[in-house]
Design a protein around this ligand. Structure first.
Ligand code: CAA
Length: 259
């Protein structure tokens, strides 16, 4: 891979967006690499994935404006809307929780990627914005929809129409991020959260994510039906029997196995 770095240990993966020369802006190559990588990652049985950006300044400065501007219409629309949407979807539907460790600029597609993650942690130098309409386009990778869900329609529309940049503290105040840390504490905090998630029952966590995502746009009644099936699935695991028996017998549970 040219545009991504990946490593994992103890069920936790760290994916680093790696085009520091362009502040990790995504281009067609990065979109192709993300789309190729996620099916492989899904087979790894990760319990949590962290996404961050390389370098000191940026998580991702959005789409690569130079490439987008130079591509013919069909390719521009493909890579910067259709395929990038599929990449965001792969992140959102990833079978384990995904934490965005936003270590600087998260602009345009960068904010859209962070919004596709389950949880957003930011460093104090993080900056968020959707600058698309200042470039003659509109957000094309699910950012309109996910921003509305994350911060509510009024605030989202203000940010989308004005392109105003938010500093980390304001992003925290409106619920766009879960927590803000000094820059050097961001990755340790993300790893600590990932370890806490990874210590829980993998089948239960994955089912919780699936139901949480699926329930957006469903009636409660519809989501109850899905929940019943997912809850039953947890009851068929050894982890459930082990953890509940340990509680009843007043002893510590064994580590979860995912079975
Ligand atoms: N595309 C291509 N190159 C980019 C880039 C981008 N989105 N963002 C930064 N770069 C490049 C710069 O051109 C520069 O390259 P050179 O050194 O070769 O000149 C390098 O990264 C460093 O950037 P700056 O010199 O501009 O750094 P700065 O600290 O002065 O400014 C910044 C940082 C405010 C993030 C500024 O770079 C910027 O405004 N970038 C564009 C952000 C943006 O508008 N993103 C949205 C794109 S549209 C989109 O994302 C929608 C979609 O999904 C389809």
């Amino acid at each position: 891979m040219n545009t991504l770095l990946y490593e994992s240990h103890d069920f936790i993966g760290v994916l680093t967006l790696n085009r520091p020369q362009a502040l990790n802006a995504f281009n067609s190559e990065m979109v192709d690499e993300l789309l190729a990588l996620f099916p492989d990652l899904a087979k790894e049985k990760l319990r949590c994935l962290i996404i961050t950006g390389s370098g000191e300044k940026a998580f991702m400065a959005g789409a690569d404006i130079a490439e987008m501007n130079a591509l013919p219409y069909e390719k521009a629309v493909h890579y910067y809307c259709d395929a990038s949407n599929a990449a965001m979807e792969a992140v959102e539907q990833f079978p384990a929780p995904v934490i965005a460790a936003v270590n600087g600029y998260a602009l345009g597609g960068g904010n859209e990627l962070a919004l596709s993650c389950d949880i957003r942690l930011a460093s104090e130098n993080a900056v968020f914005a959707q600058p698309e309409v200042s470039l003659g386009i509109m957000p094309g990778s699910g950012g309109i929809q996910r921003l509305m869900r994350a911060v509510g329609p009024g605030k989202a529309k203000e940010l989308l129409y004005t392109t105003r940049r938010l500093k980390a503290e304001e992003a925290l105040a409106i619920g766009l991020v879960n927590a803000v840390y000094p820059r050097e504490e961001l990755m340790p905090a993300a790893v600590a959260m990932a370890e806490k998630i990874a210590a829980n029952a993998p089948v239960g966590v994955a089912a919780t994510k699936r139901i949480a995502n699926a329930s957006i746009g469903m009636t409660l009644e519809e989501s109850y039906r899905l929940e019943l099936e997912a809850f039953g699935g947890c009851f068929k695991t050894n982890d459930q029997k082990m953890a509940m028996t340990a509680f009843v017998e007043k002893r510590k549970p064994e580590p979860f196995t995912g079975n």
